[in-house]
Ligand binder design. Structure first.
Ligand code: ADP
Ligand code: MG
Length: 456
């Protein structure tokens, strides 16, 4: 087959197996430029794409080539310096993709709506497909994929650790989503350790039934943010039994935490040794190239194609974590959309400059709740009170969201701040606003405007 025809057929097949954003970001501007005894050469538009192909898509490309009867010794990716293709596809993406088509929310899972999660508490947004791989997380990614391919196998438990906003939740949920995709009968359960603790307390206090069964009748148990279990002896004890039960039955356990097992100070010794039985891998802050790649795909998911200058500006200036990186990008996109301007480097400079210069050192939860209430012309007693009228509920949810995004408070603490007893209310409220921000222009504007007041 001719190179071009062969590559079209490869791309056609790949397009069916990856999300729209992944395809347009990475595959669209590629070409098979050479094929000989020593291998094939594929041209890609830039260094970010080259890296993604080498670490992430190589197996997939090789698989599809092989289906087409080509089994090259080596696949080389070279950067296309002519720039010809990059430009043309940029135009098409910007022109045809509506901004509300948040890929991963809508395209990846057509059933998913705001506030909805799939089986096992998983958020369908978190997939391997939209997880960018770089040297900071490639081990964690590879181990996660191995677990998804063979749950209960040699990496059990899988323990992923790293700082805030670096992709732990994304990755552990991606494993769950992938397992269900491969076999919908597998029972996967995702919970935060905060939920585990609070359900355990209910079980003790109110003699609620079904606690042990819930956690033991699963094939894959994913517990996020294990550090919250530290120091809670009774809960650790219970978790130890749950762990043993599952492990002995070859059920997969996946854990995440902000620290390696040995550095969680008040983890009982026997739980620590259990956590160390399988595989513990860390995720680091991604390097510059990976940060650029993440920005590219996130922008594409919102139907926007940012130019390299802007991407590089954001990636250079935000080095804390990926959540912040995403936050800055979302602000930029929302701001540009509101004003009807291009999200370019000068807009980015203006916004980032504001964020960095005006962020006060000591923002308190009281200030956040006060300002949110004022913004919606509510009394404090209303926003923290019992009423569930919509005009109060949404502001309350926004206040919870801001307590989490600005102060990183725990869910139980957020619930308490707003006079709620049940921390799951906080979890649901925050998730709801997180999604609404992506889909609903009005909510996005409200949140942005309160944020501006917080840092004014
Ligand atoms: P953590 O659980 O470690 O605090 P999250 O998994 O919540 O972090 O990640 C924060 C945000 O950054 C999420 O929106 C997630 O999708 C995104 N993110 C993190 N790592 C990556 C990555 N490698 N590729 C794409 N998005 C990522
Ligand atoms: Mg997390």
């Amino acid at each position: 087959m001719q190179n071009a025809a062969l590559w079209q057929s490869v791309l056609g097949e790949i397009e069916l197996s990856v999300s729209h954003a992944t395809f347009t970001t990475w595959f669209k501007n590629t070409e098979l430029i050479d094929q000989n005894d020593s291998g094939v050469v594929i041209s890609v538009p830039n260094i970010f794409a080259k890296k993604q192909f080498e670490v992430k898509f190589n197996d997939q490309v090789r698989g599809v080539l092989s289906k087409n009867g080509i089994n090259p010794k080596k696949i080389t990716y070279t950067i296309n310096t002519s720039g010809k293709h990059t430009r043309s596809s940029r135009e098409t993406t910007t022109a045809t993709t509506p901004t509300t088509d948040v890929d991963g929310l809508i395209s990846v899972n057509p059933r998913s709506k705001v506030g909805q999660t799939t089986a096992g508490n998983l958020n369908p947004r978190y997939t391997f497909d939209n997880f960018i791989v770089g040297s900071s997380n490639d081990l964690a990614y590879t181990a996660s994929q191995a677990v998804a391919a063979n749950p209960g196998g040699k990496y059990n438990p899988l323990y992923i650790y790293g700082g805030v906003g670096l992709g732990k939740t994304h990755l552990v949920q991606a494993v769950g989503n992938e397992i269900i995709k491969r076999d919908p009968k597998v029972r996967v359960l995702y919970i935060s350790s905060e939920t585990f603790v609070s359900e355990f307390l209910d079980y003790i206090r109110f003699k609620k039934k079904g606690f042990s069964e819930k956690y033991r009748n699963v094939d894959v148990l994913i517990v996020d943010d294990m550090q919250f279990i530290a120091g809670k002896e009774k809960t650790q004890e219970e978790f130890f039994h749950t762990f043993n039960h599952l492990h002995q039955n070859n059920k997969q356990i996946i854990l995440s935490s902000d620290k390696p097992p040995k550095s969680i100070p008040t983890l009982t010794e026997r739980l620590r040794s259990r956590f160390e039985m399988g595989m513990a891998i860390d995720i680091q802050m991604p390097d510059f190239e990976t940060r650029c790649a993440i920005l590219n795909i996130k922008a594409a998911q919102s139907g926007v194609n940012l130019n390299h200058e802007t991407v590089e500006y954001l990636a250079t200036n935000i080095k804390t974590n990926i959540r912040e990186l995403e936050g800055a990008l979302n602000q930029l996109l929302a701001y540009a959309e509101m004003r009807g301007i291009e999200p370019d480097i000068s807009t980015a400079e203006g916004l980032l400059g504001n964020i960095r210069h005006s962020r006060p050192q000591h923002l308190s939860s009281k200030q956040i709740i006060d300002k949110t209430a004022k913004h919606f012309q509510l009394e404090l007693s209303e926003i923290c009170g019992e009423k569930r009228d919509k005009y109060i509920v949404v502001p309350r949810q926004i206040a919870m969201y801001l307590l989490r995004s600005e102060l990183h408070l725990s869910f139980p603490k957020i619930a308490r701040e707003l006079g709620r007893k049940d921390h799951t209310t906080a979890i649901h409220s925050i998730e709801k606003i997180e999604k609404a921000i992506k889909l609903d222009f009005l909510i996005r504007e409200q949140v942005a405007s309160i944020r501006e007041k917080l840092y004014a």
